[in-house]
Write a protein that binds this ligand. Structure first.
Ligand SMILES: O=C(O)C[C@H]1C=CC(=O)O1
Ligand SMILES: [Mn+2]
Length: 370
């Protein structure tokens, strides 16, 4: 049992190591919404909710996440006792619609506190880790083909990553295809290349684009069409051999059920923020498993806190397509004492109680918005 005594929120702005270009936004800075949950049992839990490009990716901005927590969720939860995340989600969902990013930060903080109280890692509260090293790809998204090739070659030589995702969709189809295939040719046949279109194509453009990407040896195409076009995604998944990864189209277990029921084949990108927390994201994972849809561990380019919360959840299921939990590597700095260990295309799951992450308060104060 955990009694929530108080909740504190910060907006933390951290610059990226280089501009990160997506079809809908170019990021030069990432804003982490951080939550500290003080519990009456003497433990403190930490959570993070992070989105991409203000309101250009999702319906919750960092400022709105903070406001939802401070104005609605904190007063609802303060003084309440919960036996676990199911009870916490039940309480939040009864009074607050949507706002899954805000709920994800709170579910994460609760799991961190509960793990610390029980002396267990968060993964143990979510079913138990089946691995302590998870594959991690890297996204090449400088916006410049030659720079991306240079970056990919360097990371391959360093042995840090062996799989790359490209962000396309902002430019013409022809330019995007040339870009993706030039990188594929430069990095070589042994290197797996995935592309993320972030909803930028309509159905007919997607048919042309997927034909070219499939012929060029691209291994996976992520969210080619708008999130509302469920039937389009299903049809594309049945028409092409190159698998489709559903991202924006699949947030919760309900979306996963509807897509699979409609005949979708391919994979789902799990993200704790889309679902409302690590435990909620696993509900989608379990629907996918039941439907024979593969899994991929997705990121909203979170800092270490949100990344580790995701890793604890992802460690409890088999990720056929690996993960993209490289968020901390895209940021110039972070607010934790010990950075994650990324090497050989993998990241290690922290082993301590709770999330297994310690906050660096000086850095938190330095980067926090005033
Ligand atoms: O998948 C997305 O749409 C968002 C994110 C994940 C990796 C990356 O570079 O951006
Ligand atoms: Mn995506």
């Amino acid at each position: 049992m955990l009694t929530i005594e108080s909740l504190t929120c910060w907006l933390v702005d951290i610059p990226t190591i280089r501009p990160h270009k997506l079809s809908m936004a170019t990021m030069g800075c990432q804003t982490l919404t951080l939550v500290r949950m003080q519990c009456a049992q003497g433990v403190v839990g930490w959570g993070e909710a992070t989105t991409i490009g203000g309101l250009s990716y999702g319906a919750e901005s960092p400022e709105a996440i903070r406001s939802a927590i401070e104005t609605y969720l904190a007063p609802l939860l303060r003084g309440q006792t919960f036996s676990g995340v199911a009870a916490l989600a039940d309480k939040m969902n009864a009074s607050v619609k949507g706002n899954t990013f805000a709920k994800s930060a709170l579910e994460t903080a609760f799991l961190d506190a509960q793990g610390k109280l029980l002396g267990l890692p968060v993964s143990a509260l979510l079913g138990g880790a089946i691995t302590d090293r998870l594959p991690v790809l890297w996204t090449l998204a400088s916006g410049d083909t030659d720079k991306d090739i240079e970056e990919g070659k360097r990371l391959l030589a360093e042995g840090r990553h062996d799989t790359f995702k490209l962000k396309i969709g902002a430019r013409s189809l022809k330019t995007d295809i040339q870009h993706a295939l030039a990188i594929k040719a430069a990095l070589g046949d042994g290197v797996s290349i995935l592309v993320d279109v972030n909803q930028a194509w309509d159905f007919t453009t997607a048919v042309k684009g997927m034909s070219a990407l499939q012929a060029g040896g691209i291994d996976l195409v992520e969210q080619p069409t708008p999130l509302w076009d469920r039937q389009g995604l299903i049809t594309l998944s049945q028409r092409f051999e190159v698998p489709i990864l559903a991202d924006e189209a699949v947030a919760t277990s309900h979306d996963g059920f509807a897509l699979a029921h409609g005949g979708f084949s391919g994979a789902y990108a799990l993200k704790i923020a889309k679902a409302g927390g690590p435990a909620q994201a696993l509900k989608l994972a379990h629907v996918a498993q039941a439907a024979g849809v593969a899994l991929y561990g997705g990121t909203m380019l979170e800092g270490t806190l949100g990344t580790v919360a995701s890793l604890h959840a992802w460690s409890t299921v088999r990720m056929q397509w690996g993960t993209e939990m490289f968020g901390p590597l895209l940021l110039k700095d972070d607010i934790v004492v010990t950075p994650l260990d990324f090497s050989q295309g993998q990241v290690s799951l922290p082993q301590g109680p709770g999330l297994g992450v310690e906050i660096d308060f000086d850095k938190l104060r330095y980067y926090a918005r005033h």
